[in-house]
Design a protein around this ligand. Structure first.
Ligand code: AMP
Ligand code: ZN
Length: 469
């Protein structure tokens, strides 16, 4: 498999350190609010990567942290504490909101068919680990104390900037306004490993440390949690592109200084989901969550399908119009699969199966090209072969794609209009006509008649649905 490695700026053959095994680390959510669908684009594409690696036979161990302490609104050492801000907003404790939004995150993941990583570790569970690594960094001369805080000394590295051929806007460090210079820093790029002089008087979570009562910086969390569960060598590290700098840059600095050797071989970054007006936000404009999409009648798996239609290394624009197009394509797809399921199956044609499977794997082997993988799915539907061959392939593809192709096709087939009496179908058609002509009184009358006859008519984003009551 070829993967684009952000650290080398090249597509490279993916070769894990130990044959047949992959260690994979993912930056988890900062649990101060719901995840927006942009965050979830990253987790969907990482899920596809994990599932495809497993599909090709690797034994994957995937670890994710939960950021419940230390993440400031600037992504660096300035701005407000995100968790504290969330707690104030909801008049709850930091740990209460951390638990609530961690659960909400995994609920969203479930709806989007995102597998839970093998290990999920909240940062607040690893404080001793962070202290131990920071102590070692001080001992090795990579960290210093100034004004009560512990800083990483970036001047001690041969190379600090790893990913810096990005465009300036890709490297923008979160919220920029109100950035104040920290005069304790020896070098501009130095960053905090441990805060004891909190500028947040009401900082709730603090721990004893050799440098006084305080709390960890965000970046040290990921280095420590990765090394704790995956050892000294990491095959692949994932995250959204905004994390490349400063977060991942700082992770590399700390981890390699601590370990004394190269740490992670491949860096997999997902480009952003944006709105027509720009950056996706949790605080301004429409806060786009999975629940919001559901409340508007969208199946979360259609959002997953929408994400798969584009390559992860291209930024993607979300609009309801784009999502509606995905709905239409998804419905056509599942309807076709529904027809296949109810057809005479025949035998599996092995040669054809292998030929079509090859197309799917070639697409994903080429830097996880999911849009080509979807094309391979259409190729299956168009192919001149038995329904049994097609269904077998679709079931396999969906182990990676995770868009409920068989389940939703079966549903589409069940709720298909075939077993609805013609009389009801005629009434429904008349009602649709009445609605089109904006004759809502007649439409309501027809709906009442349909209900009286024991059927339910539902309007969904996917169209009108008729069911037995
Ligand atoms: P956070 O909860 O802010 O720590 O972010 C969780 C994940 O979402 C990280 O991997 C981010 O890089 C990623 N992310 C943030 N915004 C977007 C976006 N608009 N599109 C895609 N991924 C994003
Ligand atoms: Zn991280």
């Amino acid at each position: 498999m070829q993967i684009y490695n952000t650290a080398t700026r090249k597509k490279e053959e993916f070769v894990p350190r130990f044959e047949g095994k992959v260690s994979m680390y993912t930056c988890g959510p900062t649990v101060y609010h719901y995840a927006h669908i942009g965050n979830l684009r990253s987790y969907i594409m990482e899920d596809i990567l994990e599932k495809y690696l497993r599909f090709t036979g690797y034994d994957v161990k995937r670890v994710m942290n939960i950021t419940d302490v230390g993440h400031l609104t600037s992504d660096g050492d300035t701005g407000d504490d995100k968790m504290l801000k969330g707690a104030k907003r909801e008049k709850k404790t930091v740990m209460e909101i951390a638990q609530f939004y961690t659960d909400a995150f995994f609920e969203d993941c479930k709806k989007l068919n995102i597998k839970r990583p093998d290990v999920v570790e909240p940062a607040t569970q690893c404080i001793d680990e962070f202290i131990r690594v920071i102590e070692s960094l001080i001992e090795k001369g990579f960290a210093y104390e100034a004004g009560g805080n512990i800083y990483f000394d970036t001047s001690k590295l041969e190379q600090y900037y790893i990913f810096n051929d990005f465009k300036e806007e890709d490297l923008a460090v979160g919220v920029r306004e109100g950035v104040e210079e920290d005069s304790n820093k020896k070098n501009k790029a130095d960053f905090v490993l441990w805060f004891t002089k909190s500028k947040f008087d009401d900082q709730e979570l603090k721990w004893e440390s050799p440098w006084g009562v305080g709390y960890p910086g965000w970046h040290i969390e990921c280095s420590c949690i990765s090394v704790k569960h995956l050892g000294e060598y990491l095959d692949i590290h994932c995250g959204g592109i905004d994390n490349a700098f400063p977060h991942h840059t700082n992770e590399i600095a700390q981890s390699e200084a601590y370990l004394g050797h190269k740490w992670c071989s491949y860096w997999f970054h997902i480009l952003h989901l944006n709105t027509n007006s720009g950056k996706m936000s949790k605080s301004s404009g429409e806060f786009l969550t999975v629940s919001l999409l559901e409340s508007k009648g969208y199946n979360p798996l259609v959002y997953r399908f929408f994400c798969l239609q584009s390559h992860y290394r291209k930024s993607l624009v979300f609009s309801y119009e784009n999502l509606d197009n995905a709905v239409a394509a998804y419905n056509k797809l599942t309807a076709k699969i529904g027809t296949l399921l109810s057809a005479e199956q025949g035998e599996i044609d092995k040669a054809k199966y292998d030929e079509l499977m090859k197309l799917f794997c070639e697409a994903l082997d080429n830097d996880l090209n999911t849009s080509l993988a979807i094309t391979a799915l259409y190729d299956v539907l168009k192919a001149d072969t038995t329904p049994a061959t097609k269904i077998a392939l679709i079931k396999e593809f969906d182990k990676v794609l995770g868009i409920g192709l068989i389940e939703n096709a079966a549903k589409a087939d069940d709720s298909g209009e075939s077993d609805i009496p013609q009389e009801i179908l005629d009434l429904a058609a008349q009602r649709a006509e009445a609605r089109k002509a904006k004759n809502f009184a007649l439409a309501d009358e027809l709906r009442a008649k349909i209900t009286e006859m024991g059927y339910i008519i539902e309007e969904t984003r996917q169209g009108t649905n008729i069911k037995k009551a």
